[in-house]
Design a binder for this molecule. Structure first.
Ligand SMILES: NC(=O)c1ccc[n+]([C@@H]2O[C@H](COP(=O)([O-])OP(=O)(O)OC[C@H]3O[C@@H](n4cnc5c(N)ncnc54)[C@H](O)[C@@H]3O)[C@@H](O)[C@H]2O)c1
Length: 355
């Protein structure tokens, strides 16, 4: 079968770390075109992946229009998600979109509606759906092994905001380019993961956001600039079926790299999904049934091979019409964006916000 030809827009951290290697690894994908407004970034990827000049672009519209591109892979900062995805949809091209899907609900609504109208294959990169531990956790919860679910507690911790790291004012720290701070960056994953594993929709949220470092040095050395987004977001959510969930999301967790912990408690059992407690490793512990409950014993489980999947191969599978239905799509991204917007509103008003 003919490989699906991928054009990537945005050649920064996530493109280099996940998307480009994933395309190389997949027998069903091939990289045919690249685009970045930064000449250095473009040249580096051109050399590394042997792309000819005719397939290197600085304007995303040219890449999307290129006849050698079957799918548009969108790895740009959050404020550029909407224009690039919109252009792909208008030109009738399937797309793969980084998270969060846009800056706000309005952008997410438009992308979801137009994608539906055109029936375009698409994927949204909620990457932790591809962790074997989260897939196994989902199966356990949805099979009823934990009984009725009462609680979910989600922690997503990184440390690169803390002053000693001396990170300058990247686009991640501006509302204009990111929409929100750690909420959209890491919180979007946490919100999706709880929804993915429990299968429950959000009903209402209440939360608070904080900015610990209010100004950061500009990258060009020309002084300081204001940070106008959150460094930490913590919130509670009522979800379907009486499930109460809580979230602590921060870039100020000393000593953490990419740490996630999701505890789920039900009437017959509990589980703990963990990422990065052992560096880079996803793990699952369970406590199911009376003998384990009475001795408060959580046991690490072996995760069956069938739960090991790859993000970019999952994109290929969607394009080939054989997706497993577990990857996120623009509809999931839209639901996620609703929660992010509601947390921001709640933090501003101090009130519960109904979705
Ligand atoms: N799924 C995940 O786990 C994960 C992890 C990290 C980042 N991300 C997401 O990936 C996206 C990119 O993040 P990143 O860390 O790679 O950022 P980055 O700043 O490292 O890279 C972004 C790249 O986009 C380029 N760019 C900016 N505007 C452009 C335009 N108009 N046309 C073409 N190129 C343009 C920049 O020059 C840069 O090379 C963000 O939405 C982020 O939230 C997702």
């Amino acid at each position: 079968m003919k490989k699906k030809r991928v054009g990537i827009v945005g050649l920064g951290f996530i493109a280099k770390g996940v998307h480009l290697p994933g395309i190389s690894k997949s027998p069903d994908l091939e990289l045919t075109a690249i685009c970045d407004i930064d000449a250095g970034a473009l040249e580096a990827v051109q050399k590394a992946y042997g792309i000819d000049d005719a397939h290197c672009f600085t304007d995303y519209r040219d890449l999307i229009a290129c006849e050698d591109v079957d799918v548009v892979d969108i790895c740009v900062p959050n404020d550029v998600h909407y224009p690039v995805a919109l252009c792909a949809i208008e030109m009738g091209k399937p797309y793969n979109l980084e998270k969060p899907v846009g800056l706000d609900k309005a952008e997410a609504d438009t992308l979801a509606a137009l994608t539906k109208e055109k029936e375009l294959p698409n994927m949204v990169c909620f990457s932790y759906r591809f962790k074997a531990a989260s897939r196994y956790a989902r199966d356990l919860v949805l099979s009823g092994a934990l009984g009725d679910i009462y609680h979910a507690n989600m922690q997503y911790f990184q440390a690169w905001g803390i002053p000693y790291q001396d990170i300058p004012l990247l686009w991640f720290f501006t509302k204009e380019h990111a929409g929100s701070g750690v909420l959209g960056d890491l919180g979007s994953h946490g919100v999706d993961l709880v929804r993915f594993i429990t299968g429950k929709e959000y009903q209402r949220v209440i939360g608070n956001q904080k900015t610990f470092v209010r100004e950061r040095r500009k990258k060009d050395g020309s002084g300081m600039c204001k940070v106008d987004v959150d460094d930490s977001s913590y919130f509670m959510a009522d979800m379907e079926g009486g499930l109460s969930a809580s979230f602590l999301i921060t870039r100020f967790a000393y000593g953490r790299s990419n740490y996630q912990r999701l505890e789920i408690y039900g009437s017959k059992g509990a589980l703990i999904y963990k990422l990065d407690e052992t560096p880079g490793v996803d793990e699952l512990e369970v406590c199911i049934g009376e003998p384990y409950a009475s001795t408060h014993t959580y046991t690490k489980v072996q995760i069956p091979d069938k739960y090991h999947v790859d993000q970019m191969q999952s994109l290929a599978d969607i394009l080939l019409g054989k997706g497993d239905g577990l990857s996120a799509n623009i509809y999931d991204g839209q639901r996620d964006q609703y929660v992010l917007d509601a947390v921001i509103e709640s933090s501003a008003t101090g009130r519960w916000v109904t979705l």
